[in-house]
Design a protein around this ligand. Structure first.
Ligand code: G1P
Ligand code: ZN
Length: 543
């Protein structure tokens, strides 16, 4: 095997964000850009002799080219085998599943998740460790440090692998197994959920619509919903993956998944609607003319987990990211199990799951999952809901309202200001942080501030500390406003405002979240001077 060592110079912008390195496609297409980052990963993790790596992505533009480069670099860096999804495809949860099932030395996932794709869209890459989860901060920081001093990378000269056929191939001395991207994952889903009950539901007049948003989950949905569960063919929308997601923004929320929203809020709407994102790890849940807030969805899954075969023996604990509403905390309390509050990003859940401290976890950003893998999992969440619906035989709205009636409602919303100038966004955050003393005990109408801080987390398993995880303004009645800058965007800055208030009274549960939160929204805008500083008068996305 002929290994070529190529001299290179560092790029200074290869710092992984909330979930890996994300940049515009042209940035990744620069000579040596991808190669530098991949070599920095291999240098950081070390490659045990003849180790196995998992490789796959969400199929977005540049996926195939990147896979061929990484295969040749993996061979030159001493891997013995790479398991790569057919056509270079693996959804993020499926990649996590394959890493765990075959005990590999981790995997490389190519995705920019819910960000748009295409020649001018975004591309991304991240390393998942041997537990199947996103590399912890310690490793991502070491990869960044390595990328700043890299001087050479290794690659073999070899022809491209035919990714469109499952089978065994060779790149240098390394074996490449092109695997079916769906089967291992589908088998795992069958082991967790009551497929017979869901099949009876889906073939018994219940009307279901799943929007794959022309992203990676199309083939997974075909196999699981159509083939294994018998859902009628009209149940699937946009199930053919496209490198540019059909020009859409593959983010399952009320703004970007409007096609599905129109169906579920239209005349003769189906009973249940769901969508997932570019790489298949997010989910949105809709009932007939009804939206389930992701924080509520996590709480409802937790409260009903005993109905699902994979979780019927109970949950060890639950974790949620700090900005996620405390709805699930109330369920954990009722179940008498621990509830952990982590910073934003799935990488913080891995240690808790590995240590057996939590079974379910979730984020307000349409991410829900469990310890069956170490990523959030879009189709898993949809199957979980279907399993509950099949057993309870009630509508999505009835289940949600009964939940609120029992636990109270954590009224919740997130306002995103996307693509604002970085300086203005930083200015808002700085202003807030310098106002803590002034804000402490401040009174706004009947609301009084109890605490303001910049969230910091100490991992209960390894003791590592993560600072600067978002500004919290907490009121004496438990209401909260959280401000955070996004760590996944590629252009300008995105400022997120998270708003939460608790409403115990059933008589008020019908209220629309925006009106119920209007006082908090006003306070948030006032103390952050957001409109004056950014020139924006409304959010880009409201959840
Ligand atoms: C966003 C979400 C976060 C999620 C991440 C990856 O990160 O807010 O919860 O883990 O995407 O899907 P952010 O852009 O806020 O840094
Ligand atoms: Zn995603």
């Amino acid at each position: 095997m002929q290994i070529r060592t190529v001299t290179t110079t560092p790029f200074n912008d290869q710092k992984p964000g909330t979930s890996g390195l994300r940049k515009r496609v042209p940035t990744f297409q620069q000579a040596n850009y991808l190669e530098n980052f991949v070599q920095s990963i291999f240098d950081t993790i070390g490659v045990p002799s003849r180790a196995t790596l998992v490789l796959g992505g969400d199929g977005r533009f540049y996926n195939r080219e990147a896979i061929q480069i990484i295969l040749k670099m993996a061979a030159a860096n001493g891997f013995g085998r790479v398991l790569v999804g057919k056509n270079g495809i693996l959804s993020t949860p499926a990649a996590s599943c394959v890493i765990r099932k075959y005990n590999t030395h981790g995997g490389i996932i190519l995705s920019a998740s819910h960000n748009p794709g295409g020649p001018d869209g975004d591309f991304g890459i991240k390393y998942n460790a041997t537990n199947g989860g996103p590399a912890p901060e310690k490793i991502t920081e070491a990869i960044f440090a390595q990328s700043k001093k890299i001087s050479q990378y290794r690659i073999v000269d070899s022809s491209d692998v035919a990714l469109d056929k499952a089978g065994e191939y060779k790149v240098g001395d390394m074996m490449v197994s092109v695997i079916d991207p769906v089967s291992d994952y589908a088998e795992l889903m069958e082991s967790l959920f009551d497929f017979d009950a869901i099949r009876s539901l889906l073939t018994g007049g219940f009307r279901f619509r799943f929007d794959a948003m022309h992203a990676v989950n199309g083939p997974y949905a075909q196999e699981i919903f159509s083939h294994r569960l018998g859902a009628p063919s009209e149940s699937l929308m946009n199930a053919v993956p496209l490198p540019d997601f059909g020009g859409g923004h593959p983010d399952p929320n009320l703004t970007y998944a409007h096609e599905l929203v129109e169906v579920l809020y239209g005349e003769n709407a189906p009973d249940f609607g769901a969508a997932s994102d570019g790489d298949g790890d997010r989910n949105m849940i809709l009932g007939k003319h009804f939206f389930v807030n992701p924080s509520d969805s996590l709480a409802i899954l937790a409260a009903n987990a005993y109905l699902v075969p994979g979780y019927k023996n109970g949950l060890a604990g639950i974790a949620r990211s700090m900005p996620t509403s405390a709805a699930v905390d109330r369920v954990a309390k009722a179940l008498d199990i621990p509830c952990y509050e982590t910073p934003t990003g799935w990488k913080f859940f891995g240690n808790l799951m590995d240590a057996g401290k939590v079974t379910l976890c979730g984020e307000e950003s349409f991410g829900t999952g469990s310890d069956h893998v170490r990523e959030k999992d879009g189709l898993w969440a949809v199957l979980f809901w279907l399993n509950i619906l099949a057993i309870r035989k009630q509508t999505v709205e009835e289940i949600t309202r009964e939940h609120w009636a029992r636990y109270g409602r954590n009224v919740y919303s997130r306002h995103d200001y996307e693509g604002i100038p970085t300086d203005a966004a930083n200015g808002v955050m700085k202003l807030l942080m310098s106002s803590f003393t002034k804000l402490q005990n401040a009174q706004f109408g009947d609301l009084k501030i109890k605490l303001c801080d910049d969230f910091s987390y100490t991992d209960p398993v390894d003791g590592s500390v993560s600072n600067g995880q978002g500004v919290r303004i907490v009121f004496t009645d438990g209401s909260r406003i959280v401000f955070r800058l996004s760590g996944t965007g590629t252009e300008g800055a995105t400022l997120r405002i998270y708003l939460e208030a608790f409403e115990p009274d059933v008589a008020n549960h019908h209220l629309d979240a925006q009106s119920a939160l209007s006082q908090l929204i006003e306070i948030a805008l006032q103390i952050s001077e957001l409109h004056q500083r950014t020139g924006r008068d409304r959010p880009t996305v409201i959840t």
